[in-house]
Design a binder for this molecule. Structure first.
Ligand code: FRU
Length: 512
C-alpha cells in the first residue's frame, strides 16, 4: 500500500486529514503553544484556504482543534476570501479594544491575509491584511468587523508577521509583510493593530530567483550577551531555493524601529550565473535541504535569548505530485530553537531541535555502536524509524562516509560527510520514489564551515515516520528532507566509499 508507508510521525505535527501548508499564527499564551496552519478542511490538495489549529503543552505533543478561521464565502456559497498566511499576538494591554469583559484571558489577535477572489464584490483579486480575535484563549475566533485593516491595492501583498517593538524609537506593533512579486519586504507600524502607518521596505537582495513569501523579523542576543544584539530578517523564497524549489533565506542586520539595514547582503557577482548553485551558496539559508519552507517564529517565547521556529516540511516543487495517499504530504518540521552566534563572517543562526523533545526520547532504550570500522556498506545491527541519531565520523581514507538510514535491501537514504568537498549531505536518490521522479530523488548538501571539519564530524539526525532532519556544525547548517520509505524499512547501516572510515560514536535513541 503506497499510502501507508511508515504511517504517521510521532512528534511531527500532521493534521488528521486533508491538505496543510504554511505554519501560521504561532503563539505561546497561558502555557499553551498554538500552531495554526494553511489548511483545506475539505480536500487533499491546496484550496478553500482556512486556518487549521493545533495546540501543544510542549511543542512535540500536538492535539488538533477545530478549524479556527474559515475561508470567506458569499451568501450563495461562492468563495470570496481565502484566509492566507499570517501571525498572532497576545494583546495583553487590549490595544485593539477587542476585550468585552474584564475577566478571561488576554485577547489573542490573528493578523492574516485576506486573499480576495475575483468574485469578491468590492476588492476583487486584492490581497489585504485582516484581523480575527479570540477572547477564550484561542478556542473560538471572531473576524474583526472593520476588515481589511491594511490594503495597498496590491494583488500580492501578504503574509503579515506582527511583533511588539520596544526600543529607542518607542513601543508599538510592527508588521513585516511581502510584496511577493516585487521581492520586497514592507514594514508598517501601529498602536492598535487596526490602523497601520508605512515605515520602510527592504529588497530585493541576495536570493531573488522566486517570489518572496512569509517574512519574519526578530532581535537576538549575539552569543547570549543581551548587550550585543542583531536583528534577523527571514524571507522565504519560491522557487530559487538552494536545493531547488522553495526554501528560506535570512539576513542579519540592524533595525532601528523604522528601517532594517542588512549586514549580510552579498554584492552581486556578474561572473556567476544567476540562480546557479555557486551563486546561491553565497547566501544564508535557514536550511539546505529540499523540505523546509514558510518557516516563521513563535510570538511569546524566548526573548533575546532564542526564538522557536516552525517550517512546513515540504516543497512547492512537488507537494501536489506526491502520490502518498491522503495525508502524508502534510507535516511540519520539528520546532527549532534558533540563536545567534559569532562566526568569521559575522553573527549567524545556530539551530537545534527544541529541548522539549527530550521528554519523548527513550534514553533507556538507546543503542550505542562506538569505534566501528566503516568499509563499503557496513551492517551495524541497529534499526529505527523514529529516533535521535547522534553520530561522529572520522573519514580516514574514505571519500564519503556516514549512515544509510530507513533502509531495507532495496532502499536507503544516505546521511553523510564528503571529505573531498567538506560537505554534509542527505541523499534520497536510493530512497522510495513517491511518484515524483528526479525532482524528488535528490542529494542535498551543505558546505561546512572550516572549523567543523578540523577533526571528526558530528551530526545530530532526527528521523520520524519518514522525515530526516540533520543538524551539522553545531547547528550552523541543517538539511531537512521528506522521505517515504516502504513500511518496515528502518535498518541503519554504516557506509564508506573509496577507503575506510571510523564510526567514532553512534547513539540511536528511540523517539516514543
Ligand atoms: C507560502 C504561501 C503564502 C500564502 C500561502 C497560501 O507557501 O504561498 O505566501 O499566504 O502560501 O496558502
Amino acid at each position: 500500500d503506497t499510502a501507508s508507508a511508515q504511517g504517521r510521525p510521532l512528534v511531527h505535527f500532521m493534521p488528521a486529514r486533508n491538505w496543510m501548508n504554511d505554519p501560521n499564527g504561532l503563539v505561546h499564551a497561558d502555557g499553551v503553544y498554538h500552531l495554526f496552519f494553511q489548511h483545506n478542511p475539505s480536500g487533499e490538495a491546496w484550496g478553500n484556504m482556512s486556518w487549521g489549529h493545533a495546540t501543544s503543552p510542549d511543542l512535540v505533543t500536538w492535539t488538533e482543534r477545530p478549524v479556527a478561521i474559515e475561508q470567506g464565502v458569499a451568501a450563495d456559497g461562492t468563495p470570496i476570501e481565502g484566509i492566507f498566511s499570517g501571525s498572532a499576538v497576545v494583546d495583553v494591554d487590549d490595544t485593539a479594544g477587542f476585550r468585552t469583559s474584564p475577566d478571561g484571558p488576554a485577547p489573542l489577535v490573528a493578523i492574516y491575509t485576506s486573499a480576495h477572489t475575483p468574485e469578491h464584490p468590492t476588492l476583487p483579486g486584492i490581497q489585504a491584511q485582516s484581523l480575527a480575535y479570540s477572547l477564550d484563549g484561542g478556542v473560538t475566533w471572531l473576524r474583526h468587523a472593520g476588515n481589511p485593516v491594511l490594503d495597498r491595492g496590491s494583488a500580492d501583498f501578504r503574509d503579515p508577521k506582527v511583533f511588539r517593538y520596544d526600543g529607542p524609537a518607542g513601543s508599538y506593533w510592527v508588521m513585516v509583510a511581502v510584496e511577493a512579486l516585487d521581492k520586497k519586504v514592507v514594514l508598517y507600524r501601529s498602536d492598535n493593530l487596526r490602523d497601520w502607518t508605512y515605515l520602510s521596505e527592504f529588497g530585493p537582495a541576495n536570493a531573488t530567483g522566486g517570489i518572496w513569501e512569509c517574512p519574519d523579523l526578530f532581535e537576538l542576543a549575539v552569543d547570549g550577551d543581551p548587550a550585543t544584539t542583531r536583528w534577523v530578517l527571514v524571507i522565504n523564497l519560491n522557487p530559487g531555493g538552494v536545493a531547488g524549489g522553495s526554501a528560506g533565506q535570512y539576513f542579519v542586520g540592524e533595525f532601528d524601529g523604522v528601517t532594517f539595514r542588512s549586514e549580510s547582503t552579498v554584492p552581486a557577482d556578474p561572473g556567476l550565473e544567476p540562480g546557479s548553485r555557486a551563486e546561491l551558496e553565497r547566501y544564508d539559508w535557514l536550511d539546505w535541504g529540499s523540505d523546509y519552507y514558510a518557516a516563521v517564529s513563535f510570538f511569546g517565547t524566548g526573548g533575546l535569548d532564542h526564538r522557536v521556529m516552525v517550517g512546513w516540511l515540504n516543497n512547492w516543487e512537488y507537494a501536489h505530485a506526491l502520490a502518498v495517499g491522503p495525508i502524508l504530504r502534510s507535516r511540519m518540521a520539528l520546532p527549532r530553537r534558533v540563536e545567534l552566534v559569532t562566526t568569521p563572517t559575522g553573527p549567524r543562526l545556530r539551530q537545534s531541535v527544541v529541548p522539549e523533545l527530550a521528554g519523548r526520547l527513550a534514553t533507556d532504550a538507546a543503542v550505542r555502536r562506538d569505534g566501528a570500522t566503516l568499509d563499503g556498506v557496513t551492517p551495524l545491527d541497529v534499526a529505527a524509524t523514529a529516533a535521535h541519531i547522534s553520530v561522529t565520523l572520522a573519514p580516514g581514507t574514505a571519500s564519503t562516509c556516514g549512515l544509510r538510514l530507513l533502509g531495507d535491501d532495496e532502499h536507503g537514504t544516505l546521511v553523510g560527510y564528503d571529505a573531498r568537498t567538506g560537505r554534509v549531505f542527505v541523499d534520497r536518490s536510493a530512497g522510495r520514489d513517491p511518484g515524483v521522479g528526479d525532482a524528488f530523488l535528490s542529494r542535498d548538501e551543505a558546505p561546512l564551515p572550516a572549523t567543523a571539519t578540523d577533526g571528526p564530524v558530528h551530526l545530530d539526525v532526527y528521523i520520524d515516520g519518514g522525515s530526516v532532519e540533520v543538524f551539522a556544525a553545531d547547528g550552523l547548517r541543517t538539511i531537512t528532507q521528506l522521505q517515504f520509505p516502504p513500511s518496515g524499512a528502518g535498518r541503519i547501516d554504516g557506509f564508506a566509499t573509496d577507503g575506510v572510515a571510523e564510526l567514532v560514536s553512534l547513539t540511536v535513541t528511540p523517539i516514543i
